[in-house]
Design a protein around this ligand. Structure first.
Ligand SMILES: N[C@@H](CCC(=O)N[C@@H](CS)C(=O)NCC(=O)O)C(=O)O
Length: 171
């Protein structure tokens, strides 16, 4: 596919954002970003780990390209339905699993950030607040600093967009 992210960790090679995140969450349980196999909320965790790639991203692509949708034939429904599903999950918030911030939030919030940067939906409401909340986390600050450092090291232009007033954005 020649797409990033892709991770090499010893003999492990894994691509696809969701799979990379799940691998890391399982590999480093002390991070608290995963949910162990027999935990009662593992079902919700798995659901949200798959939701971004299976529903949010295709619905975004449909909106961006103006492609003809079909809420029955296409498994992602449409962007409105996807927004509603995430908003409903956040009713028990602040995160998709309630009080626990997980890798599923990293995936969903960082993808929603692109939705706002691309101006696909108005920069307000539950989803906008969710993205802002996730960007304000200390963990995000640390990850961002690493991103910038590495981008500089390999002479790439870093992605520094924020939910509103993006200075730059991913294509
Ligand atoms: N399905 C992949 C898609 C990843 C993806 O779209 N990566 C983009 C960067 S955000 C990429 O590698 N683009 C390079 C290209 O298409 O040449 C995932 O979720 O990891």
């Amino acid at each position: 596919m020649s797409k990033l992210p892709a991770l090499e960790d010893g003999s492990v090679r894994v691509a696809e954002s969701g799979a990379v995140l799940l691998y890391l969450a399982d590999r480093y349980p002390e991070s608290g970003l995963g949910v162990p196999l027999h935990d009662p909320v593992r079902d919700r965790f798995l659901q949200w780990m798959f939701f971004t790639g299976s529903c949010l991203e295709p619905a975004m692509a449909e909106r961006v390209t103006g492609a003809q949708g079909n809420t029955v034939s296409f498994g992602w429904g449409d962007l409105g339905g996807v927004e509603h599903a995430i908003e409903s999950a956040l009713e028990e918030g602040p995160w998709l699993l309630g009080d626990q911030f997980t890798a599923a939030d990293i995936l969903a919030a960082s993808t929603l950030q692109i939705v706002f940067i691309a101006k696909l939906i108005e920069p307000q409401g539950v989803l906008f607040d969710y993205v802002e909340r996730s960007l304000a986390r200390e963990g995000h600050e640390r990850a961002s600093a690493i991103d910038h450092r590495e981008a500089e090291r390999v002479a790439l232009k870093p992605h520094v967009g924020v939910a509103h007033g993006a200075e730059e954005s991913r294509p």
